[in-house]
Structures are given as structure tokens and as C-alpha cells.
Design a protein around this ligand. Structure first.
Ligand SMILES: [Zn+2]
Length: 140
């Protein structure tokens, strides 16, 4: 304990490396970016140093539109961590650009969650204050 009162979160602090620093810098600005291979144009997420298709180290990034569909999900009830509200819906969204991203869906009603659900990325402060993507159902 660090002298703080209350339960401590077991959620790990995001590990920022040379390979993903650009992604966290964009997230701090509330922007979702996707890494793109310059020679072949392949998009990849999470960030990686080389392209899985052509092995190039040359990359840039594109701004994601932030929309997609729920490809899969999990609903956690236990063990409870003070970083989240429960039940905790964790979504795997396939973005319109074709890459997938994992994020929690705070406030989501588990009875409404289904594969194929239209979702959008919304940046929200996480437990320790980091601005990170979350997923929210898009209601038409
Ligand atoms: Zn490539």
C-alpha cells in the first residue's frame, strides 16, 4: 500500500515503448490512429515494429474513423477491480478500417450486447487518469 486508502487496482499501467509511443501520444489527444505499412499499405493494430506481410520497418499512421462492429466480447463479473464498474463488458471491435481493437464498454447493458453490434470509439479517462479508448453502442 502506498498510504492510500481503499482497494488498490491490479490493472497494469500501460507499458509505453519505442514501438507504441505514437499511439499513446495520439490517445492522450483523444485520437485513434492505426499504424500503416508504407510499402504495402497494410494496416496493423496493436502497433508493431514490422509489417506482418512484407516485413518492412517503414510505417506511418492514419486516423481511424472510430466506427466499427462488435466482433466478439466477454462479460466479466468477477474478480472485481476498483478500476472498473461491473458487470464489465470487454469488446473486440472490428473497425471500419479492418483492424480490431480491444476496449471496455463502460455502462453497457449486457443484455444488449451482441456480435455485430455497431460501436464507436469514445476516449475516456481510465482509472489512473490515462485517456484511453472505450467502446459504446451506436444507436440509430
Ligand atoms: Zn507491408
Amino acid at each position: 500500500m502506498n498510504g492510500a486508502s481503499g482497494p488498490q487496482s491490479a490493472v497494469p499501467v500501460p507499458v509505453v515503448t519505442e514501438d507504441n509511443a505514437f499511439w499513446f501520444a495520439a490517445a492522450r489527444e483523444g485520437r485513434l490512429v492505426i499504424q500503416r505499412c508504407v510499402p504495402c499499405g497494410e494496416l496493423r493494430h496493436p502497433p508493431a515494429p514490422t509489417c506482418a506481410l512484407c516485413r518492412s520497418f517503414d510505417w506511418d499512421c492514419v486516423e481511424a474513423c472510430g466506427r466499427g462492429t462488435l466482433h466478439s466480447y466477454a462479460i466479466a463479473y468477477y474478480p472485481k477491480d476498483p478500476a472498473f464498474d461491473y458487470p464489465l463488458v470487454i469488446g473486440l471491435a472490428e473497425l471500419a478500417e479492418g483492424v480490431r481493437i480491444v476496449a471496455d464498454m463502460p455502462g453497457a447493458d449486457p443484455s444488449r450486447i451482441a456480435i455485430g453490434l455497431p460501436v464507436e470509439v469514445v476516449f475516456a479517462p481510465h482509472y489512473r487518469g490515462e485517456l484511453l479508448p472505450t467502446l459504446r453502442e451506436v444507436r440509430s
